[in-house]
Write a protein that binds this ligand. Sequence first.
Ligand code: PMP
Ligand code: GLU
Length: 398
Amino acid sequence: MRLAQRVSSIQPSATLSINAKAKALKAQGQQIISFGVGEPDFPTPHHIQQMAIQAIYRNQSRYTAVGGIDELKTAVADTIEADYGLRYTPEQVIVSCGGKQVLYNLMQVLLEPGDEALIPAPYWVSYPDLVTLAGATPVAVPCREQDGFKLTAERLESALTESSRMLILNSPCNPTGAHYSREELSRLAEVLRARQDLIIVSDDIYYRILFGGEPWCNLAMLDPQLRKRTVIVNGLSKTYAMTGWRIGYGLGDPAIIRAAVKIQSQSTSNPCSISQWAGVAALRGDQSEVKTMVASFEQRCRFVVDSLRSIPGVTCPQPAGAFYVFPNVSHYYGKQAQGYAVDSSLEMAEYLMEQAHIAVVPGGAFGEDRCIRLSYALAHEEIKEGLSRLAQALQELR
Ligand code: PMP
Ligand code: GLU
């Protein structure tokens, strides 16, 4: 069967593949502990579920406007005004089937062959492939562990070329949990101000999952000139434990949003009408469960980081948010145990899956092969057991 070349130009999503593998092994009766895919382990809050049920009974089950119902777009704009201090009109908002589709639309709208998109590494697995699908070139900008795996002004400056068209910044970051402070963003902004042709994609999907009272900030909030060419990507999946409902949203220049709606009109049309109404309840309703979830992630984060750092040879940057850790396990590369030779993050993930029955995502998929990613949105007992299996499996490598 002849398939289009674009299929072989990308990889399947590593996070979703690991999830599928862990689920298949569990179905065969294996006691797999899955630190694989990143999704909250909480149920969707009850009042959001109720709104969806009512939407079904009210027959809110027809096609909606392609870019989302006005009620949801207005709720998005009001939420962003409250949390970012920035006012957007509903014409500057698009609702899509997840933040992932917002990103897909944006790449289709903004990138052409020959364009480069700068992606600080470690990065979320899907960015390079989404850029490639638009025919453009993803350029990974390696960030150092001693910088907390964050992009610095110097690294940004030296990565910029005449072909640079886009910077994708994700804070708090998947996979590291790193968050850029206002000062750090200001230093990046100095470089960005000189490049008015550069579009900034600010993937803020974890912005509500910030620890220690850390104040939220992104590049659009720094000055109006940057705001004009920043597109905000966000969604309900993480904040409201709604990964399966598939509601994401984007905000930015009306011409960009109109173009994204046009692309969406020829692909998926509107996101699920029932999910959109549930989304209105999520954004307009009681936020106390979000606080509870964030507090629980923070508590688990402390335990996970302490446990990882107590394993000889493992280093782990301190996350400021999200629900991932990204430990450097390369101390154990070049070693062997039980017939497994481990020399890369992929081999490490395979070894851990087969021998310790824990699922982790290889750091190579995030552009940093020395690390592995663990999502700790699991019950405490599972985390404890999983980390003890990890520590043992690592120390068996000689
Ligand atoms: N951006 C980042 C950084 C993510 O981790 C995810 C994970 N799902 C997404 C975007 C997209 O999420 P969704 O499509 O569920 O909104
Ligand atoms: N973003 C989550 C993760 O990184 C969900 C899976 C995906 O969409 O990649 O695990």
